[in-house]
Design a protein around this ligand. Structure first.
Ligand code: SAH
Length: 387
Protein backbone atom coordinates (compact mmCIF):
# COMPACT_ATOMS: atom_id res chain seq x y z
CA UNK A 1 0.00 0.00 0.00
CA UNK A 2 1.04 3.57 -0.63
CA UNK A 3 2.07 6.21 1.87
CA UNK A 4 -0.48 7.89 4.12
CA UNK A 5 -2.52 10.44 2.22
CA UNK A 6 -5.36 12.58 3.41
CA UNK A 7 -8.99 12.03 2.46
CA UNK A 8 -10.70 14.11 -0.27
CA UNK A 9 -11.51 16.94 2.08
CA UNK A 10 -8.05 16.85 3.59
CA UNK A 11 -9.27 15.33 6.86
CA UNK A 12 -7.53 12.58 8.67
CA UNK A 13 -9.07 10.41 11.35
CA UNK A 14 -7.41 10.94 14.72
CA UNK A 15 -8.57 7.52 15.99
CA UNK A 16 -7.43 5.50 12.98
CA UNK A 17 -4.62 3.60 14.67
CA UNK A 18 -6.54 2.76 17.83
CA UNK A 19 -9.95 2.00 16.33
CA UNK A 20 -9.01 -0.15 13.36
CA UNK A 21 -12.51 -0.08 11.86
CA UNK A 22 -11.30 1.59 8.66
CA UNK A 23 -8.50 -0.48 7.18
CA UNK A 24 -7.96 1.93 4.26
CA UNK A 25 -7.70 5.05 6.33
CA UNK A 26 -4.26 5.77 4.87
CA UNK A 27 -5.38 5.88 1.23
CA UNK A 28 -7.02 8.67 -0.74
CA UNK A 29 -10.51 7.68 -1.88
CA UNK A 30 -9.51 7.36 -5.53
CA UNK A 31 -6.67 5.04 -4.50
CA UNK A 32 -9.07 2.95 -2.41
CA UNK A 33 -11.26 2.53 -5.49
CA UNK A 34 -8.24 1.60 -7.60
CA UNK A 35 -7.23 -1.02 -5.02
CA UNK A 36 -10.74 -2.52 -4.92
CA UNK A 37 -10.95 -2.56 -8.71
CA UNK A 38 -7.64 -4.45 -8.83
CA UNK A 39 -8.87 -7.02 -6.28
CA UNK A 40 -11.99 -7.74 -8.32
CA UNK A 41 -9.94 -7.87 -11.51
CA UNK A 42 -7.56 -10.38 -9.90
CA UNK A 43 -10.34 -12.68 -8.61
CA UNK A 44 -13.01 -12.29 -11.27
CA UNK A 45 -11.15 -10.94 -14.33
CA UNK A 46 -10.47 -14.45 -15.64
CA UNK A 47 -14.22 -15.12 -15.93
CA UNK A 48 -15.40 -11.92 -17.62
CA UNK A 49 -14.88 -8.23 -18.19
CA UNK A 50 -14.89 -6.08 -15.05
CA UNK A 51 -16.56 -2.68 -15.40
CA UNK A 52 -15.19 0.32 -13.47
CA UNK A 53 -16.26 0.30 -9.81
CA UNK A 54 -19.16 2.59 -8.84
CA UNK A 55 -17.76 4.77 -6.07
CA UNK A 56 -19.40 7.45 -3.94
CA UNK A 57 -19.26 11.12 -4.79
CA UNK A 58 -18.86 11.94 -1.13
CA UNK A 59 -17.52 8.90 0.73
CA UNK A 60 -17.77 10.40 4.24
CA UNK A 61 -20.47 9.85 6.90
CA UNK A 62 -22.30 7.23 4.86
CA UNK A 63 -23.12 4.81 7.68
CA UNK A 64 -26.81 5.18 8.54
CA UNK A 65 -26.49 2.72 11.42
CA UNK A 66 -24.29 3.86 14.27
CA UNK A 67 -23.46 1.90 17.40
CA UNK A 68 -21.61 3.36 20.36
CA UNK A 69 -20.47 1.40 23.40
CA UNK A 70 -20.51 3.01 26.86
CA UNK A 71 -18.21 2.38 29.81
CA UNK A 72 -16.93 4.10 32.96
CA UNK A 73 -13.32 5.24 32.69
CA UNK A 74 -11.77 6.83 35.81
CA UNK A 75 -15.21 7.82 37.08
CA UNK A 76 -16.31 9.40 33.81
CA UNK A 77 -18.69 8.04 31.18
CA UNK A 78 -17.00 7.32 27.89
CA UNK A 79 -18.64 6.33 24.60
CA UNK A 80 -16.98 5.01 21.50
CA UNK A 81 -15.99 1.96 19.54
CA UNK A 82 -14.40 -1.29 20.66
CA UNK A 83 -11.04 -1.73 19.01
CA UNK A 84 -11.36 -4.42 16.37
CA UNK A 85 -10.76 -7.90 17.77
CA UNK A 86 -10.00 -6.63 21.29
CA UNK A 87 -11.89 -5.37 24.24
CA UNK A 88 -10.50 -1.87 24.50
CA UNK A 89 -13.00 0.96 24.23
CA UNK A 90 -11.69 3.80 22.08
CA UNK A 91 -13.49 7.05 22.91
CA UNK A 92 -14.78 8.42 19.59
CA UNK A 93 -16.53 11.74 19.23
CA UNK A 94 -16.34 12.29 15.46
CA UNK A 95 -16.19 9.26 13.19
CA UNK A 96 -15.57 9.98 9.50
CA UNK A 97 -17.84 7.27 8.13
CA UNK A 98 -20.76 7.45 10.55
CA UNK A 99 -23.79 9.69 9.99
CA UNK A 100 -23.16 13.00 11.74
CA UNK A 101 -26.71 13.44 13.02
CA UNK A 102 -26.55 10.00 14.66
CA UNK A 103 -23.27 10.91 16.35
CA UNK A 104 -24.80 14.08 17.79
CA UNK A 105 -27.62 11.99 19.28
CA UNK A 106 -25.11 9.58 20.88
CA UNK A 107 -23.20 12.51 22.40
CA UNK A 108 -26.38 13.96 23.88
CA UNK A 109 -27.37 10.64 25.41
CA UNK A 110 -24.02 10.72 27.18
CA UNK A 111 -24.56 14.32 28.32
CA UNK A 112 -28.03 13.56 29.67
CA UNK A 113 -26.91 10.58 31.74
CA UNK A 114 -25.69 12.36 34.92
CA UNK A 115 -28.85 14.47 35.12
CA UNK A 116 -30.98 11.30 35.19
CA UNK A 117 -28.48 9.37 37.30
CA UNK A 118 -27.97 6.82 34.57
CA UNK A 119 -24.64 5.03 35.03
CA UNK A 120 -22.59 3.40 32.27
CA UNK A 121 -22.35 -0.37 32.39
CA UNK A 122 -19.12 -1.71 33.85
CA UNK A 123 -18.41 -4.96 32.07
CA UNK A 124 -15.90 -6.33 34.57
CA UNK A 125 -17.96 -5.61 37.68
CA UNK A 126 -21.22 -6.33 35.77
CA UNK A 127 -22.69 -3.23 37.37
CA UNK A 128 -24.27 -0.09 35.97
CA UNK A 129 -26.98 0.52 33.41
CA UNK A 130 -26.28 1.87 29.94
CA UNK A 131 -24.32 -0.47 27.64
CA UNK A 132 -24.79 0.83 24.10
CA UNK A 133 -26.68 3.34 22.04
CA UNK A 134 -27.72 2.35 18.54
CA UNK A 135 -28.98 5.07 16.20
CA UNK A 136 -30.44 4.51 12.74
CA UNK A 137 -31.28 7.11 10.16
CA UNK A 138 -33.79 6.67 7.37
CA UNK A 139 -31.58 8.02 4.62
CA UNK A 140 -34.31 9.35 2.36
CA UNK A 141 -36.86 10.21 5.05
CA UNK A 142 -34.53 11.82 7.60
CA UNK A 143 -36.29 9.95 10.42
CA UNK A 144 -34.08 8.80 13.29
CA UNK A 145 -34.42 5.90 15.72
CA UNK A 146 -32.47 5.62 18.96
CA UNK A 147 -32.20 2.36 20.88
CA UNK A 148 -30.86 2.72 24.40
CA UNK A 149 -29.38 -0.63 25.36
CA UNK A 150 -29.51 -1.22 29.07
CA UNK A 151 -28.11 -3.97 31.28
CA UNK A 152 -31.22 -3.86 33.46
CA UNK A 153 -34.89 -3.29 32.66
CA UNK A 154 -34.95 -0.80 35.53
CA UNK A 155 -33.77 2.33 33.76
CA UNK A 156 -34.14 5.56 35.81
CA UNK A 157 -37.06 7.73 34.55
CA UNK A 158 -36.89 6.06 31.16
CA UNK A 159 -39.78 7.94 29.59
CA UNK A 160 -38.58 11.31 30.80
CA UNK A 161 -35.11 10.45 29.58
CA UNK A 162 -36.53 9.69 26.10
CA UNK A 163 -38.56 12.91 26.15
CA UNK A 164 -35.52 14.98 27.07
CA UNK A 165 -33.60 13.40 24.20
CA UNK A 166 -36.40 14.05 21.71
CA UNK A 167 -36.60 17.65 22.87
CA UNK A 168 -32.94 18.06 21.93
CA UNK A 169 -33.41 16.08 18.71
CA UNK A 170 -36.87 16.46 17.14
CA UNK A 171 -35.59 14.41 14.17
CA UNK A 172 -35.88 11.39 16.49
CA UNK A 173 -39.24 9.89 15.57
CA UNK A 174 -38.86 6.90 17.87
CA UNK A 175 -36.89 5.83 20.93
CA UNK A 176 -36.77 2.31 22.34
CA UNK A 177 -35.24 0.73 25.43
CA UNK A 178 -33.52 -2.55 24.68
CA UNK A 179 -32.49 -4.84 27.54
CA UNK A 180 -29.36 -6.92 27.11
CA UNK A 181 -28.33 -8.95 30.17
CA UNK A 182 -26.13 -11.41 28.30
CA UNK A 183 -22.38 -11.78 28.50
CA UNK A 184 -21.95 -11.09 24.81
CA UNK A 185 -20.43 -8.76 22.26
CA UNK A 186 -23.82 -8.55 20.52
CA UNK A 187 -25.25 -5.07 20.93
CA UNK A 188 -28.96 -5.84 21.17
CA UNK A 189 -30.79 -8.14 23.56
CA UNK A 190 -34.16 -9.70 22.85
CA UNK A 191 -36.29 -7.56 25.19
CA UNK A 192 -37.53 -4.24 23.82
CA UNK A 193 -39.80 -1.51 25.18
CA UNK A 194 -40.96 1.39 23.03
CA UNK A 195 -40.48 4.66 24.93
CA UNK A 196 -41.50 7.12 22.24
CA UNK A 197 -43.07 6.93 18.76
CA UNK A 198 -44.02 3.76 16.88
CA UNK A 199 -40.85 1.70 17.57
CA UNK A 200 -39.60 1.84 13.98
CA UNK A 201 -38.59 4.34 11.33
CA UNK A 202 -39.14 4.20 7.59
CA UNK A 203 -36.82 4.61 4.65
CA UNK A 204 -37.24 4.70 0.90
CA UNK A 205 -35.16 2.62 -1.46
CA UNK A 206 -35.77 2.11 -5.19
CA UNK A 207 -39.17 3.81 -4.86
CA UNK A 208 -40.31 1.44 -2.09
CA UNK A 209 -40.88 2.14 1.58
CA UNK A 210 -39.22 -0.01 4.21
CA UNK A 211 -39.88 -0.26 7.92
CA UNK A 212 -36.75 -0.43 10.04
CA UNK A 213 -36.71 -1.32 13.71
CA UNK A 214 -33.64 -1.45 15.95
CA UNK A 215 -32.91 -5.08 15.07
CA UNK A 216 -33.95 -5.06 11.39
CA UNK A 217 -31.54 -6.21 8.78
CA UNK A 218 -31.04 -3.22 6.47
CA UNK A 219 -28.21 -1.96 4.30
CA UNK A 220 -26.08 0.58 6.19
CA UNK A 221 -25.31 2.64 3.06
CA UNK A 222 -28.69 3.08 1.37
CA UNK A 223 -27.70 5.32 -1.60
CA UNK A 224 -25.05 2.83 -2.67
CA UNK A 225 -27.42 -0.07 -1.97
CA UNK A 226 -29.85 1.55 -4.39
CA UNK A 227 -27.15 1.75 -7.07
CA UNK A 228 -26.18 -1.85 -6.37
CA UNK A 229 -29.76 -3.10 -6.70
CA UNK A 230 -30.42 -1.07 -9.85
CA UNK A 231 -27.23 -2.38 -11.46
CA UNK A 232 -28.09 -5.98 -10.49
CA UNK A 233 -31.67 -5.70 -11.75
CA UNK A 234 -30.42 -4.13 -14.99
CA UNK A 235 -28.05 -7.06 -15.45
CA UNK A 236 -30.99 -9.46 -15.01
CA UNK A 237 -32.53 -8.08 -18.26
CA UNK A 238 -36.12 -8.56 -17.13
CA UNK A 239 -38.97 -8.05 -19.59
CA UNK A 240 -41.93 -8.20 -17.20
CA UNK A 241 -42.75 -11.89 -17.70
CA UNK A 242 -40.04 -13.77 -15.86
CA UNK A 243 -40.35 -15.85 -12.77
CA UNK A 244 -37.56 -14.58 -10.51
CA UNK A 245 -35.94 -16.06 -7.40
CA UNK A 246 -34.41 -13.63 -4.87
CA UNK A 247 -32.15 -16.05 -3.01
CA UNK A 248 -30.64 -14.99 0.38
CA UNK A 249 -33.17 -12.14 0.26
CA UNK A 250 -32.89 -10.57 3.74
CA UNK A 251 -35.94 -8.30 4.12
CA UNK A 252 -36.75 -8.64 0.43
CA UNK A 253 -35.27 -5.39 -0.85
CA UNK A 254 -33.85 -6.72 -4.13
CA UNK A 255 -36.83 -8.91 -5.01
CA UNK A 256 -39.31 -6.14 -4.26
CA UNK A 257 -37.27 -3.64 -6.29
CA UNK A 258 -37.34 -6.14 -9.20
CA UNK A 259 -41.02 -7.06 -8.86
CA UNK A 260 -42.42 -4.36 -11.15
CA UNK A 261 -40.24 -5.69 -13.98
CA UNK A 262 -40.99 -9.37 -13.39
CA UNK A 263 -43.93 -11.75 -13.76
CA UNK A 264 -43.55 -13.10 -10.26
CA UNK A 265 -40.92 -13.08 -7.53
CA UNK A 266 -40.17 -15.60 -4.80
CA UNK A 267 -37.71 -14.72 -2.05
CA UNK A 268 -36.02 -17.16 0.31
CA UNK A 269 -34.20 -16.28 3.51
CA UNK A 270 -32.86 -18.43 6.37
CA UNK A 271 -33.67 -15.93 9.15
CA UNK A 272 -37.44 -16.25 9.85
CA UNK A 273 -37.73 -12.71 11.29
CA UNK A 274 -36.20 -11.21 8.14
CA UNK A 275 -38.46 -13.36 5.93
CA UNK A 276 -41.48 -12.10 7.90
CA UNK A 277 -40.30 -8.51 7.46
CA UNK A 278 -39.99 -9.17 3.71
CA UNK A 279 -43.65 -10.28 3.54
CA UNK A 280 -44.69 -7.18 5.50
CA UNK A 281 -42.68 -4.98 3.14
CA UNK A 282 -44.44 -6.57 0.15
CA UNK A 283 -47.86 -5.97 1.72
CA UNK A 284 -47.20 -2.36 2.69
CA UNK A 285 -45.89 -1.53 -0.79
CA UNK A 286 -48.86 -3.23 -2.47
CA UNK A 287 -46.57 -5.64 -4.26
CA UNK A 288 -48.85 -8.52 -5.20
CA UNK A 289 -46.56 -10.69 -7.29
CA UNK A 290 -43.93 -11.42 -4.63
CA UNK A 291 -43.91 -14.17 -1.96
CA UNK A 292 -41.29 -14.72 0.70
CA UNK A 293 -40.29 -17.94 2.42
CA UNK A 294 -38.14 -18.80 5.43
CA UNK A 295 -35.68 -21.60 4.75
CA UNK A 296 -32.45 -22.69 3.17
CA UNK A 297 -31.96 -21.29 -0.32
CA UNK A 298 -30.57 -24.55 -1.75
CA UNK A 299 -33.40 -26.71 -0.45
CA UNK A 300 -35.96 -24.17 -1.58
CA UNK A 301 -34.66 -24.01 -5.14
CA UNK A 302 -34.44 -27.80 -5.40
CA UNK A 303 -37.98 -28.28 -4.05
CA UNK A 304 -39.44 -25.53 -6.27
CA UNK A 305 -37.96 -27.18 -9.36
CA UNK A 306 -39.13 -30.64 -8.25
CA UNK A 307 -42.60 -29.16 -7.77
CA UNK A 308 -42.60 -27.99 -11.40
CA UNK A 309 -41.95 -24.32 -10.69
CA UNK A 310 -38.51 -23.55 -12.06
CA UNK A 311 -37.20 -19.97 -12.25
CA UNK A 312 -36.21 -18.00 -15.36
CA UNK A 313 -33.86 -15.75 -13.42
CA UNK A 314 -32.03 -16.24 -10.13
CA UNK A 315 -30.78 -13.20 -8.20
CA UNK A 316 -28.50 -14.35 -5.42
CA UNK A 317 -26.82 -12.42 -2.60
CA UNK A 318 -25.24 -14.94 -0.20
CA UNK A 319 -23.22 -14.10 2.95
CA UNK A 320 -19.41 -13.89 2.91
CA UNK A 321 -18.99 -17.66 2.85
CA UNK A 322 -20.65 -17.75 -0.57
CA UNK A 323 -23.38 -20.11 -1.78
CA UNK A 324 -23.64 -23.72 -0.65
CA UNK A 325 -22.68 -26.49 -3.05
CA UNK A 326 -26.29 -27.67 -2.83
CA UNK A 327 -27.57 -24.30 -3.98
CA UNK A 328 -25.16 -24.15 -6.92
CA UNK A 329 -26.07 -27.71 -7.93
CA UNK A 330 -29.75 -26.80 -7.74
CA UNK A 331 -29.13 -23.78 -10.01
CA UNK A 332 -27.38 -25.95 -12.59
CA UNK A 333 -29.97 -28.72 -12.34
CA UNK A 334 -32.95 -26.38 -12.74
CA UNK A 335 -31.31 -24.20 -15.40
CA UNK A 336 -32.49 -20.57 -15.02
CA UNK A 337 -31.71 -18.54 -18.15
CA UNK A 338 -29.84 -15.93 -16.20
CA UNK A 339 -28.12 -15.74 -12.84
CA UNK A 340 -27.11 -12.46 -11.22
CA UNK A 341 -24.69 -13.06 -8.37
CA UNK A 342 -24.16 -10.24 -5.84
CA UNK A 343 -21.28 -10.90 -3.49
CA UNK A 344 -19.52 -9.22 -0.60
CA UNK A 345 -16.49 -11.50 -0.97
CA UNK A 346 -14.85 -11.85 -4.41
CA UNK A 347 -12.88 -14.87 -3.20
CA UNK A 348 -15.89 -17.08 -2.55
CA UNK A 349 -17.61 -15.55 -5.56
CA UNK A 350 -14.69 -16.71 -7.74
CA UNK A 351 -14.96 -20.21 -6.23
CA UNK A 352 -18.70 -20.32 -7.01
CA UNK A 353 -18.17 -18.93 -10.52
CA UNK A 354 -15.71 -21.73 -11.15
CA UNK A 355 -18.50 -24.19 -10.41
CA UNK A 356 -21.18 -22.42 -12.42
CA UNK A 357 -18.97 -21.82 -15.46
CA UNK A 358 -17.93 -25.47 -15.55
CA UNK A 359 -21.57 -26.61 -15.33
CA UNK A 360 -23.22 -24.82 -18.23
CA UNK A 361 -23.04 -21.08 -17.41
CA UNK A 362 -21.08 -18.30 -19.01
CA UNK A 363 -20.06 -15.22 -17.00
CA UNK A 364 -20.87 -12.05 -18.95
CA UNK A 365 -19.66 -9.10 -16.95
CA UNK A 366 -18.81 -7.89 -13.50
CA UNK A 367 -19.80 -4.65 -11.80
CA UNK A 368 -18.11 -3.74 -8.52
CA UNK A 369 -19.86 -1.20 -6.27
CA UNK A 370 -18.20 0.52 -3.31
CA UNK A 371 -20.60 0.05 -0.42
CA UNK A 372 -18.08 0.62 2.38
CA UNK A 373 -15.55 3.40 1.72
CA UNK A 374 -12.46 3.42 3.97
CA UNK A 375 -12.92 -0.26 4.80
CA UNK A 376 -11.50 -3.17 2.83
CA UNK A 377 -14.95 -4.59 2.07
CA UNK A 378 -15.68 -5.21 -1.60
CA UNK A 379 -19.08 -5.72 -3.21
CA UNK A 380 -19.34 -7.14 -6.73
CA UNK A 381 -22.08 -8.24 -9.13
CA UNK A 382 -21.57 -10.83 -11.86
CA UNK A 383 -24.17 -11.69 -14.50
CA UNK A 384 -24.22 -15.15 -16.04
CA UNK A 385 -26.28 -16.73 -18.77
CA UNK A 386 -26.88 -20.36 -19.70
CA UNK A 387 -24.26 -21.26 -22.27
N1 SAH B 1 -30.24 -9.54 -0.19
C1 SAH B 1 -30.33 -8.95 1.10
C2 SAH B 1 -29.53 -9.69 2.19
C3 SAH B 1 -28.16 -10.19 1.82
S1 SAH B 1 -27.18 -10.75 3.20
C4 SAH B 1 -29.99 -7.48 1.05
O1 SAH B 1 -29.50 -6.98 0.05
O2 SAH B 1 -30.26 -6.76 2.02
C5 SAH B 1 -27.30 -12.48 3.10
C6 SAH B 1 -28.56 -13.07 3.68
O3 SAH B 1 -28.53 -14.48 3.49
C7 SAH B 1 -28.73 -12.86 5.18
O4 SAH B 1 -29.97 -12.24 5.40
C8 SAH B 1 -28.71 -14.30 5.78
O5 SAH B 1 -29.60 -14.45 6.86
C9 SAH B 1 -29.15 -15.12 4.59
N2 SAH B 1 -28.75 -16.54 4.57
C10 SAH B 1 -27.61 -17.10 5.08
N3 SAH B 1 -27.56 -18.41 4.79
C11 SAH B 1 -28.68 -18.71 4.10
C12 SAH B 1 -29.21 -19.93 3.54
N4 SAH B 1 -28.54 -21.07 3.62
N5 SAH B 1 -30.39 -19.87 2.87
C13 SAH B 1 -31.07 -18.69 2.79
N6 SAH B 1 -30.62 -17.52 3.30
C14 SAH B 1 -29.45 -17.53 3.96
Amino acid sequence: MRAAVQTPRGERCPYAKKCGGCQMQNLRYEDQLRWKQAQVQRQIGRFCRVQPILGMENPLHYRCKVQAAFAPVHGRTVSGIYQSSSHILVPVEHCMIEDEGAQRIVADVRRLMPKFRVTPFDEDARRGVLRHVLVRRGWATGQYLAAIVSFTPVFPSKRRFAEALVRLHPELTTVVLNVNRQRTSMVLGSEEHVLYGPGFIEDELCGLRFRISASSFYQVNPPQAERLYRAAIGMAQLTGKESVLDAYCGVGTIGLAASSQAGRVAGVELNPAAARDASGNARRNNVRNARFFAGDAGEFLRDAAAGGEPFDVVLMDPPRAGASREFLEAVCATGPRRVVYISCNPETQARDLRFLTSHGYRAERAQPVDMFPFTHHIENIVSLSRA
